[in-house]
Each structure stands twice: as C-alpha cells, then as structure tokens.
Ligand binder design. Structure first.
Ligand code: F6P
Length: 547
C-alpha cells in the first residue's frame, strides 16, 4: 500500500494541520515549559553524542505518531535485515554490511576477510608512517595522494580533515578527485615523485575520472625517472576489481580488497580508509570503528523513542513530507568538519534521491531533501539571512564539539556562543512589538524589515570532543538516519542507477570532441550538438587517456 494511504499517514496529516500555526516560542514560554521541560524531554545522549531536538515544530504527540509511522513501515525489521546480512539492495542483489566492518566480534561470514585485510592495512600504514616504506630513490614517503571520487574520496577526505589534529605531521595526505586537471596539477606542484605514494581507490576500477588521474600521475612518476619496475613502491590500490588493477599495472601484492557488500558511500570503514589510517595511525582508526560500532548497537537495540538515528530520520520526514521543506542545512560549527556537508550530500542524496519504491512503483510523495551547508560561523555571513527571514522553512542541523582542537584563547567561546545564539534566534524570532521598540517611533518604516518570524526548526548535535570515537559515532548516526528514511519511503538506499546515463553519454561525447567529424554526430539534441561543435574548435590537443 502506498505510504500516504496508511492510516498513520492520515493521522500525521491531521496532526500537522493542528500544530502548523503553533509557535515554538509559546511552547518554550515559562508558563508552558514546566519540568520536565522540552529540553529534558527532547534531548538524548548516547555513544558520546547529545542530540537536542527540542527546537523543532513537535509536541509529545508528534513524536508518538512519528514512532508509529516507523513501526508501520517496518523500520525495525528492515534494520535487522541489514545487520544480519540479508539482501537489502535487491537491484544489485547485495547485502549492505558496512556495520560488520566496525564490529570486531562479528560472526558474519565476512569476519575472516575483514580481519585479514585490516591486518594488511595496519602493517602497510605503519611502514609508511615510520619511514620503512621508501620510494625509488630510497627516501621515505612524505606525501600520500588518494585518487578516487564519490565514496572513494569524500569519506576519507572528510575524516582525515576532521582528525588532522591527531595526524602525523611528517606525512601530508592529498585528495584528488576531479577530472579537471587543475585538481591533480595543484597537488603535483607541491610534491616530489621520489617521496610520493599514490593510493588509487575505486571499487569498480573503471570510474573514468579516477582512471584519468591514475594514468596522469603514473606518467608523472615515469617522467621523473622512475622505471616501470620501481612504480611498485609508489602505487597501491583499493578495489573490488583486482583484475582491472593488475591490468593497470599495479602489483597484486599492493592491492587492498573491498567487497561488493560494502557500498561506495559507506566504505570509509574498509581499506578505502587506508589514507585515514596512514594519517592518524591504526589505533585511532580502530577508535573510529569503535565509535561507529557503539552507535550501531544503539541503533539496533535502543527503543525507538530514544533512538538517535530513528528520531533524526523521522524529523527529516516530518519536514520533508508534511511541511514540504525541500532542503535542510548541515552547519558544523567546526572548521575541522568543513567537508561534512559534502560528505552528507552523497550519503543522503545518492542513497535516497529515488522515485521508485523497492517493488518498482513510482512514489507519490517526496523523498530525499536537498542537503547543503557550510561551517559556522562563515555560513552566518553568507546564507543565514535567508534562513532567518526568507519565506521558506529550511531545517538546520547544528553540529559542534564542546572542546576546541586548537589552543587559541577565546575563539571557542565565541564559536559556541554564535551557534547557540543562532538556534535561539531562529526559534524565538523577533515580534513586531519588539521590532517597534528597537526601531523607535521615528523609524516606523523599518519595523517590517527587522521582524523575524522565528519558529524555524533546528537540531543541535553536541560532541564532548571531536575525536575518532565521536566522529565514528556521528558518521554512523547519519548513515542510519539515511537508512531509516529509506525504510519509511520504501526505497533502496544502496543503489545509484541515476548516475549511469550521464556516464554513458560522456564517453560518446568525449570521442566526438577529439575525433575528426565523420558523418553525423550521435543523435544529440540541438543544444548539446551546438555545444560540442563549438568546443571542438577550441580543443587544441585532441587526445583521450588510455589505460
Ligand atoms: O557516482 C557513482 C559512484 O558509483 C559512487 O556511488 C561511488 O562512490 C563513485 O561513483 C566512485 O566509484 P568507484 O569507487 O567505483 O570508483
């Protein structure tokens, strides 16, 4: 039965009509907010994470109804199916066992493989870190270049950046993903081949951007005097396609395996996280896994009413499907979490940007929200104006750590103060009477401009400290939130057919751009045809990369 024909959906719609005009300011007023206060009732602590979701357009009744929705859409049953390795990705006939990667006691059929690969990663990372792994002139590795895109880039890059305060300073880690040569060139300008290690990360080992960058860095090594035999000291690969890796010319001994039961955007816990391990060390990598495992256990066993990913997922559904919010903002008040919004964009939008249900029917309700964001306080000076006074309601997740990762006095207090002030201002707003008071009678025309509607929903996610455990838990929180929403929307969060068509067409167009026109261009539309014809004239070095 379609989701919006469920009786609980109608109950939620009726409830929405009842509370849509209520203002959170009134719910928080001292007269109404008696102990246990909203903050008491709507705050949960687990796995090193505190979620305060009291500044949402919800009452106790809303939560009770949303929990019923989770039950009626079999969130628990689907969750258990994922954890026990059932085929939860039916279009690719695969399990999704990223949770097994962080469970050191797992009795899954994959436990032995996971252990073997983890030991191999650890030994290799330690040799690179302590300078035993040397380049072709005998010098220790100083630069690691991770070449990958999407899940083979965003997760490792986000984590390495977030935990940079724990990184070994002798080795710099660089991430190259874009096929725009500027990305690789910028990195190559900063490093020297003798002391560089390239990690080519690609589950399929056929992704065109990654292969182009891999070929170009191989040429760069060769031009520097490194012989084909010596390349063994400069290339390792992480892939589920060892045959292609070997065909590219990387030694079978230098291949770290990943498996088809780990989705790309859920893969940083596997050997895809090799660059993270080299940066922060195997012990810290283990802590990252432990933090995620703690959150996995919470998701699996905590009651739905106190379950962080379940609540975060349900709140997203509440705004997306009932308030009609098309997007939500991730605002980490943490420079270290700079890449978190980009990482979450892939996680949520590639997972849940779907229009077809698991049984192949078109949905008649919205699915994934658009995810966007930037760290605070920069975002305050860019787009927060719209969040406060624009006519559209955009929910926000504030994420911050109570402990700074730096030693500069005074900065952290300002950072925290700004974050707390934003969520309070977004909730409270400023009434017309308050605005009039500020404007004074001689500036009456200003009043409507300095009124803030308020009633803008936010979650505040607090970490005691940004460390490997809390970061692991935070990432797992969003992974499972994404899963909860997919379960409610009855869609498959583990495939990504939507990226295929563009890939196929780009191969055709690439050939058309570089070869001489013989006969008709592929039956493109007039716009694409004209763009190609125009671009052909400006392309001087007509070549394609072969590997
Ligand atoms: O863009 C689609 C996608 O398949 C992502 O899901 C994936 O993370 C990325 O490309 C990279 O794929 P691969 O690791 O196979 O190179």
């Amino acid at each position: 039965m379609s989701l919006n024909l469920l009786p609980i959906w109608s109950a939620l719609s009726a409830h929405y009509e009842l509370i849509r005009d209520c203002h959170m300011r009134d719910w928080f007023s001292t007269a109404n907010d008696q102990p246990p206060t909203r903050a008491d009732r709507f705050t949960i602590n687990s796995s090193g994470i505190t979620l305060d979701f009291s500044k949402n357009r919800i009452t106790d009744q809303t939560i009770a109804l949303l929990i019923q929705l989770a039950r009626k859409t079999y969130v628990q049953e689907r969750r258990d199916a994922m954890f026990t390795g059932e085929i939860v990705n039916p279009t690719e006939h695969r399990a999704a066992l990223h949770t097994a990667l962080r469970d050191s006691d797992a009795h899954s059929p994959y436990a032995a493989q996971i252990k073997t690969e983890r030991i191999k990663m650890r030994l290799f990372a330690e040799r690179v870190r302590n300078g035993q792994w040397v380049g072709y002139t005998g010098k220790p590795i100083q630069h690691v270049v991770n070449i990958g895109i999407g899940g083979s880039d965003l997760g490792p890059k986000m984590v390495t950046h977030a935990l940079r305060h724990l990184a070994k300073s002798r080795i710099s880690i660089h991430y190259v993903s874009n096929v725009d040569g500027v990305d690789l060139q910028n990195v190559l300008e900063q490093i020297n081949p003798e002391q560089t290690l390239a990690i080519i990360v690609s589950k399929t080992f056929t992704t065109s951007e990654t292969m182009a960058n891999a070929c170009s860095i191989r040429d760069w090594f060769r031009r520097s005097g490194c012989t084909p035999d010596q390349l063994i000291w400069h290339f390792v690969a992480v892939s589920a396609n060892p045959a292609e890796v070997v065909r590219f010319g990387i030694s079978p001994n230098n291949i770290f395996e990943m498996w088809d039961w780990v989705g790309g955007r859920y893969s940083l816990w596997s050997a895809v996280g090799l660059s993270i391990m080299i940066a922060i060390g195997p012990e810290n990598f283990d802590r990252l896994l432990q933090g995620a495992h703690l959150l996995d256990k919470h998701f699996r066993y905590a009651p739905l009413e106190r379950n962080l990913p379940v609540l975060l997922g349900l709140l997203g559904v509440w705004y997306r499907n009932f308030f009609g919010s098309q997007s939500y903002v991730v605002a980490p008040y943490s420079q270290a979490l700079h890449f978190l919004p980009a990482y979450l964009q892939q996680l949520e939008m590639e997972s849940n940007g779907k229009s077809v249900t698991l049984d192949g029917h078109f949905v008649d309700y919205p699915t994934s929200a658009v995810v966007w964001g930037e760290p605070g306080t920069n975002s305050q000076h860019a787009f927060f104006q719209m969040l406060h006074q624009g006519p559209t309601i955009v929910p926000i997740d504030f994420i911050l750590s109570l402990t700074p990762e730096h030693s500069l006095p005074g900065h952290h207090e300002k950072l925290l103060a700004n974050c707390f002030a934003q969520s309070e201002a977004l909730m409270l707003g400023r009434t017309e009477a308050e605005a009039r008071n500020i404007a004074g009678c001689e500036r009456e025309a200003l009043v409507p401009h300095i009124v803030f509607p308020g009633n803008r929903p936010t979650n505040t996610i607090l970490l005691d400290e940004l460390n490997p455990q809390s970061l692991g838990a935070l990432i797992a929180l969003y992974e499972h939130k994404t899963f909860v929403q997919a379960a409610i929307w009855n869609i498959n969060p583990f495939d990504q057919w939507g990226v295929e068509l563009g890939k196929i067409l780009s191969k055709i167009i690439e050939l058309e751009l570089v070869s001489s026109p013989t006969g008709d261009l592929y039956k493109h539309d007039s716009s694409t045809r004209t763009l190609i014809t125009r671009a052909r004239k400006s392309i001087t070095a007509k070549s394609t990369i072969t590997y």
